[in-house]
Design a binder for this molecule. Structure first.
Ligand SMILES: N[C@@H](CCC(=O)N[C@@H](CS)C(=O)NCC(=O)O)C(=O)O
Length: 229
């Protein structure tokens, strides 16, 4: 579905050039969106798979908060937030408008909901043992997550195939890994929900070359050139 839109415009890095280095964790939804943005932009990068229980000293030296993803630039700059990494990757030249369409107010609102209330409720549904003092039940959090993000997404995707309209944009990439996580908590129950447009959007992305490429399994040690699309 999205394969035809995955042409990249950035020139390949010249041989021997220092590449941006992404500290990443394969299953982290924030890291997934950063990897997809770098791949979509055609930016050559190397990646380090981080053990969150044993973060490498090189990451701790770059970033005090040391969450993943973190992007270390060849000029010494460090980008510590996934949305900022996406912006850095996609903002220029943005020939296909992936960043521009993500600036529509309704799309900025979706990312704010995703990273805010949706993530809050998703975590409390998925990991109730980590949130023992909650006044709401896990299922109440699940239902709030549905209302805050998934039903508005269904309404949007009912009228257009992507959040960027007829072609995707950074918003699709930003929310996709979190919707995937929600769908995977209780897949049988998710399949019964009246969210047909959202499900077909999710299913299409999960088999897209971009998503499949972003899930490339890195070796556990060292920095590895991330395979281009
Ligand atoms: N706001 C950050 C959140 C990143 C984040 O929380 N990543 C998690 C993994 S999914 C992490 O690094 N957790 C480890 C920790 O907090 O020490 C972003 O958008 O990059």
């Amino acid at each position: 579905m999205h394969a035809s839109t995955l042409t990249s415009h950035a020139p390949p890095a010249p041989p021997g050039a220092q590449l941006p280095r992404l500290y990443t964790f394969r299953r982290c939804p924030y890291a997934m969106r950063a990897r997809m943005a770098l791949l979509q932009a055609g930016i050559a990068f190397e990646a380090v798979e981080v053990s969150l229980r044993n973060k490498p000293a090189s990451l701790l030296a770059l970033s005090a908060k040391a969450t993943v993803p973190v992007l270390q630039l060849p000029d010494g700059g460090v980008i510590e937030e996934s949305w900022d990494i996406m912006r850095w990757a996609l903002v220029a030249p943005d020939a296909q408008g992936w960043w521009a369409r993500a600036q529509w107010p309704e799309n900025l609102d979706l990312v704010r909901r995703n990273d805010g209330d949706f993530k809050h409720h998703l975590d409390r549904w998925k990991y109730p043992q980590r949130h023992a003092n909650e006044s709401l039940t896990p299922d109440a959090h699940r239902d709030l997550a549905l209302e805050v993000l998934l039903r508005p997404l269904e309404a949007r995707l009912h009228s257009a195939p992507c959040l960027g309209g007829t072609t995707p944009c950074a918003t699709d990439l930003a929310v996709l890994p979190f919707v995937r996580q929600f769908a995977a908590v209780e897949p049988g129950w998710f399949a019964t929900l009246d969210l047909p447009s959202l499900r077909s959007w999710l299913d299409g992305w999960l088999v897209s070359p971009l998503f499949v490429a972003c899930m490339y399994k890195l070796p556990v040690e060292g920095a590895t050139r991330f395979p281009p699309l």
